[in-house]
Design a protein around this ligand. Structure first.
Ligand SMILES: [Ca+2]
Length: 123
């Protein structure tokens, strides 16, 4: 699906108690474990949309949360992003690195829901 359809798909997973959206991946370990899951469990190497764009300002990549996308290796493949105004949506590409993609391309999506941690102490 295209990126906007992908985002709508992720938001549609919301069951009313928490917000779901395209995945925001700001951490190297999260990226590694996602990629390991894609390769070893899903066994589906393909491009996946995740939650960042440079639509608002070419070359300035922002996550859905408003924070800046971290630059360079180990996140981006060398020479990426390379699509200028033609590629404004972020993917995890088939090689396991970030790459920019044309937003209407048909790719998979990676969605996320907030993590909830609850403690209940003994009184
Ligand atoms: Ca761009």
């Amino acid at each position: 699906m295209g990126r906007d359809d992908g985002r709508a798909y992720c938001q549609g997973l919301n069951d009313g108690s928490f917000a779901t959206d395209l995945a925001v991946i700001e951490d190297c370990e999260v990226m590694n474990s996602l990629w390991n899951f894609i390769v070893h469990k899903l066994n589906k190497r393909m491009n996946y949309w995740i939650g960042a764009t440079d639509k608002d300002s070419e070359g300035t990549w922002q996550w859905l949360t408003g924070t800046h996308v971290q630059g360079d290796v180990p996140f981006w493949f060398p020479e990426q992003p390379d699509g200028s105004n033609m590629e404004n949506c972020l993917t995890i590409a088939e090689n396991g690195y970030f790459a920019d993609g044309a937003c209407n391309q048909e790719y998979g999506v990676i969605c996320q829901a907030p993590v909830m941690t609850t403690f209940r102490n003994l009184e």
